[in-house]
Write a protein that binds this ligand. Structure first.
Ligand SMILES: *Cc1c(COP(=O)(O)O)cnc(C)c1O
Length: 219
């Protein structure tokens, strides 16, 4: 689907929700996509992208940054502590902060590097065993802990369970962000970004709807 179709749908969803048109950031999720497709989207002027693996991001984005100015790169996948430094050097935002050990590592590296990407705390709203994210009951405490470490926490992120109504999860995340005074909400993917916008998403992460299906079979 052309990028302009996605932005048109986003604007319609914002307007329907009484929100300012253009106020939601579109993160084009380029994981596993061939470089030509990513270049195609860059050539249309889009600059905000998401990757879910540090290694893969490191393999292509330094190169794209030499070709295109103003790239805004978001890490949206799970982050191991031993990749934190590389992620911080490479990315403008990290959406997967989900445990105290990682938060402490990020805080130490932020001191050392003198800078830190914008951070989103991932909440496992569906309490799924296999999924990353802090549990909802532990989220308030963890947010406070990150703040005490002086980390730049901008908002919350979630990935709803596949077979559940996403709106319930988006609403829960929005409520959690509001009670913690956080303005950022990273939620909504190809299948549900309009629902996420209706419920206050500030960042939607859209992959296959922009680039087509991922061919390598991993998500
Ligand atoms: C892959 C991925 C997306 C994009 O998924 P689509 O359904 O292709 O839009 C969004 N968020 C995360 C965390 C992802 O890993």
């Amino acid at each position: 689907m052309p990028l302009s179709d996605i932005t048109t749908r986003m604007t319609a969803a914002e307007t329907a929700a009484g929100r300012v048109p253009g106020s939601t950031t579109l993160i084009a999720v380029s994981k596993v996509q061939p470089n030509e497709r990513v270049e195609g989207v860059l050539s249309q002027g889009h600059r905000c992208f998401g990757e879910n693996r540090v290694q893969e991001a490191a393999g292509k984005w330094p190169m794209f940054r030499e070709q295109f100015d103003g790239i805004d790169l978001h890490l949206i996948g799970p982050l191991q502590s031993n990749k934190a430094r590389q992620a911080m050097e490479l990315c403008d935002a990290i959406h997967s902060v989900d445990r105290p050990k990682l938060a402490k590592t990020l805080a130490r590296l932020a001191q050392e590097l003198g800078a830190c990407p914008d951070l989103f705390i991932q909440v496992n709203t569906g309490e799924e065993d296999q999924k990353a994210g802090i549990l909802p009951t532990e989220a308030d405490g963890f947010i406070a802990e990150c703040r005490a470490l002086d980390l730049p926490v901008r908002g919350l992120m979630c990935i709803p369970p596949v077979h559940e109504e996403p709106a319930l999860h988006f609403a829960l995340l929005a409520k959690m962000a509001a009670r913690n005074g956080l303005s950022g909400l990273s939620m909504g993917m190809s299948a549900d970004f309009e629902t996420a916008i209706a419920l206050g998403a500030t960042h939607v992460r859209v992959g296959s709807a922009i680039f087509g299906e991922r061919t390598l079979g991993r998500t």
